[in-house]
Design a binder for this molecule. Structure first.
Ligand SMILES: Cc1ncc(COP(=O)(O)O)c(C=O)c1O
Length: 422
């Protein structure tokens, strides 16, 4: 038999480092407190009285008996509801309409669709600003698309280095860079990017490319921060959003790209015809009607717990500075060693101890650019935050108290830190 996977599969897929998450290591076994994936612990933004399993095709609820039919390929009703949410008339007087929208299986589908739409494999590149969301790089590699990295300005602002981005878009690689991915608020930075910085990149005089603004966490930032409606003013702006975060609907996998009509047309032309399952669009429609008040009330609770973490965490010995902003549903915080310096060995030790002995899963981010010694902690419910604060204090006492890890253990952890893809 001549089959050889090593020469038959695409070389970039064979070489792929897949997206890794804390849940590859620590499963959702029903007992762990999961503060690792920036989900909404307060639950879905659905008004529960309106959620019935219906057998009537006219009812705006889950039509189980209609599941023999393919879904609506255009999702016009869902798109209009997304437009209604984002037509705030703060950044433009124009209206976005369903023609400005692509909806996908999470915003991850849109991230990938944009790459396939604009980048020729083996030739073109995207520009990212680390530290940032890992899927931009993974999707680029899957599509055999190169990566140009222009780091964010240093913490705690983690703003865009506009000068460096502009110069990359004018340099020798500029005609192959097709997309600039900007995350606002950033993951893992929690920093909102300034509108004027986005504008400077959009106005680049020679670069022929598209700015993708990922607003997955925008509803945790201050009101009217979303630039979704601004796509009516630019031919080359895409704003990504998702129902996975503030709306608490990570399980239905619904993301959206707001953009100019011509770009939206291209994205819609290339998608699989029935990419949004019926139950997903029905639940999404409910969330975008009766669920908006639930979403706002849950966001308020999360913001309250975020404030609590901001004031309580620094009181613990072994916690260093917050890095980045607090415009999201997570915080990025330093863990320090006995000398008070941010330290990855300590951070990884605390991360592992919290998950393995205390049932609290957060995310180690110490290997990301500018995030030395950092854990990213999703803001949970009041009860979860209480448990996190109690348990992290216990672990920190073990680390900084009499039971410091042995030097052999520290060496072992250094090895793990050096090799970890986390
Ligand atoms: C910045 C950012 N963009 C996009 C996503 C993906 O979201 P979705 O669930 O819509 O695929 C995430 C998920 O964590 C994220 O952090």
């Amino acid at each position: 038999m001549a089959f050889d996977l090593e020469t038959c599969a695409r070389y970039n897929i064979l070489a792929l480092e897949p997206y890794r998450c804390a849940r590859d290591d620590y499963k959702d076994d029903g007992t762990n407190i999961l503060l690792d994936a920036n989900e909404n612990a307060y639950g879905p933004s659905l008004s529960l009285s309106s959620l019935s399993i219906s057998t009537s095709p006219n009812d705006l609820s889950i039509d189980l008996l209609g599941l023999n039919r393919y879904p609506d390929p255009h999702q016009a009703v869902l798109k209009q509801l997304l437009c209604d949410l984002r037509n705030i008339h703060v950044h433009t007087s124009k209206n976005i309409t369903p023609e400005n929208l692509f909806v996908g299986v999470g915003s991850d589908e849109a991230i990938d669709a944009l790459l396939r739409c604009f980048c020729v494999p083996g030739h073109d590149k995207i520009l990212t600003c680390p530290p940032t969301y890992g899927m931009y790089a993974v999707s680029a590699q899957v599509n055999d698309v190169g990566l140009v990295k222009v780091p964010l300005l240093p913490a705690p602002e983690f703003g865009i280095d506009v000068e460096a981005v502009t110069s990359a878009l004018s340099g020798s690689e500029s005609n192959t860079i097709k997309l600039v991915y900007i995350c606002s608020p950033g993951n893992p930075t929690g920093s909102l990017i300034q509108k004027s910085d986005v504008q400077k990149i959009l106005e680049h005089p020679t670069w022929n490319g598209v700015v993708v603004l990922d607003e997955a966490y925008i509803d945790f930032a201050h009101e009217n921060s979303s630039l979704a409606e601004w796509v009516t003013e630019w031919p080359n702006l895409v704003v990504l959003q998702t129902l996975s975060k503030a709306f608490g609907l990570a399980g239905i996998r619904l993301g959206a790209a707001f953009t100019s009509e011509p770009i939206a047309r291209l994205l819609n032309n290339m998608k699989a015809p029935y990419n949004i399952p019926n139950p997903t669009s029905e639940i999404a429609c409910q969330a975008l009607q009766g669920g908006i008040s639930v979403m706002r009330s849950n966001v308020e609770k999360i913001v309250g717990q975020r404030e609590r973490l901001l004031s309580e965490l620094p009181k613990l010995k072994g916690i260093g500075r917050f890095r980045g902003g607090s415009a999201s549903n997570f915080l990025l915080v330093e863990l320090v060693d006995a000398t008070g310096n941010p330290d990855n060995v300590t951070a990884l030790h605390v991360y592992e101890k919290l998950a393995e002995t205390k049932g609290v899963v957060v995310r180690f981010r110490g290997k990301e650019h500018g995030c030395l010694g950092c854990l990213r902690i999703t803001v949970g419910t009041e009860k979860e935050v209480t448990r996190l604060l109690e348990q992290i204090e216990v672990v920190l006492q073990e680390v900084h108290g009499t039971t410091r890890p042995t030097s052999a253990a520290i060496e072992e952890m250094k090895e793990i830190t050096a090799n970890a893809v986390l």
